[in-house]
Write a protein of this length. Sequence first.
Length: 172
Amino acid sequence: MKRFIIVLVICISTAAFAQENFSPAQQYIKTVAKTVGESMCIKNETYNMCFGKTLQAIAWQESSFGKHNIGDDGTSFGPFQIKLSTARRIIRHFKMKFFYSLLKNKKKLKSKLLFDPWFSARIAARYIKMNYSYGLRTDHWDPWVLTVSRYNGGNFNQKYLDKIVQKIKDLS
């Protein structure tokens, strides 16, 4: 009986640890990530892939939902830790004309990534969608694995992939 209680306490504390106590600001980022991710879907007659949980897991892993908004030695910004070069590429690729003025102004782009979670989430979601679409076009064995791995560099990043998968499980 004593052993059962110890195991139960460990399980409960592990579950509590998995779902951190997020501040209202972090909860907001979590909601933004889910909302934007669920609106950014790839659909056809055989599948329907949306990225709500993926985007939430990435925001959790990259910045703890906005708690650490600057990463990679000052080269990645916002809750999704987006590099300026990536943001520029996404703005151009998806013809986000409203944001063209940010392409030439490094300070404004950085500020937008840091202080506008909706913008940051839209850039991250489009980056995810672009990579997932690439995986489909090239008949990758698992476009989602490619997508998540590419988010953190490379075509296959098992360590990062494992962290994102665990975050998604913890979000469920």
